[in-house]
Design a protein around this ligand. Sequence first.
Ligand SMILES: NC(=O)c1ccc[n+]([C@@H]2O[C@H](COP(=O)([O-])OP(=O)(O)OC[C@H]3O[C@@H](n4cnc5c(N)ncnc54)[C@H](OP(=O)(O)O)[C@@H]3O)[C@@H](O)[C@H]2O)c1
Length: 303
Amino acid sequence: MTQNVLITGGSGFIGKHLTDVLLEAGFSVSILSRATKENLPVITYYKWDLNKNFIDENAVLNADYIIHLAGEGIVEKRWSKKRKKAIVESRVKPIDLIFSVLEKHNKKLEAFVSASGIGIYGAITSHKICTEDMTPSDDFLGTTCQKWESAVDKIGALGIRTVKIRTGIVLGKNEGFLKKLVPSFKSGFGAILGLGKQYLPWIHIDDLCRIYLKSIEDQELEGPYNACITDNTTNGRFSKTLAKQFDYAIWLPKIPPFFLKLVLGEMSEVILTGQRASSEKIQKTGFEFQFTDLEKTLINCLK
Ligand SMILES: NC(=O)c1ccc[n+]([C@@H]2O[C@H](COP(=O)([O-])OP(=O)(O)OC[C@H]3O[C@@H](n4cnc5c(N)ncnc54)[C@H](OP(=O)(O)O)[C@@H]3O)[C@@H](O)[C@H]2O)c1
């Protein structure tokens, strides 16, 4: 019988790609959304309202696997106290709601897989290559990821296999990070943010979706996995490689750290710092990245 994968936040950037990958692999897909949406022949939509602690329980009861992607954009708005609360709650509360349905109905899942971030290792620029066994940071993104992952552990305590995908910056055509950057590069104005020496751990959307697919198909996967390429990409190298893809000269000034701090406040730490993370653990499971070269990846995303 066809197995069902429920994706929370499945209408976002990663969710849309993942839906196609899962359908292609023979799963049926359901999506939990805040919006009311008409079902499609191959996708069933369920509704939830976190503010009212409401979830359509059928979404969980009909699922064999759940992939949790929902969450407010990390860099969409300046990090006020209210915004920080929304960033954390929009990731943790959904898991608590799902947990309550699983517990109430004694429902078992084959696996619960959740997004998490490389940000768990902290807003620092370091040559050190972070591995999954490192102590999480106590800065805002570090504690956000810890709360997110601890909520996942509650589901694990129900005897359900759980996987946490600590994701780097996801590169895809006209989406996510590149959607924000490419328009200014196209008009001839790029930028190197801060000193440009901060590492930028990246992953192509296709590889990330294949990691999610493997997380549900391969029962050996459990716990946290870094999902990014372990190379020497810094913000400066990334901007220069992106600029090379256009036929005309692109102005690449360095935007000084003090200016970014002034405009973005604490959120500037996301772009002014960055460390390297090891992908060895996921590769040891047999996973092979298809996109390992930054320039080829950018060419793929821009074509
Ligand atoms: N993209 C990246 O580079 C990247 C890197 C590291 C980690 N991640 C993590 O991966 C996950 C998915 O990323 P993405 O790029 O696909 O994000 P996205 O495009 O912003 O999609 C996230 C989805 O979450 C739902 N959502 C937003 N705010 C919500 C709220 N307050 N309550 C409940 N649901 C909410 C929305 O779905 P509805 O409107 O349908 O409810 C939205 O489509 C996120 O948790 C993100 O932090 C992404």
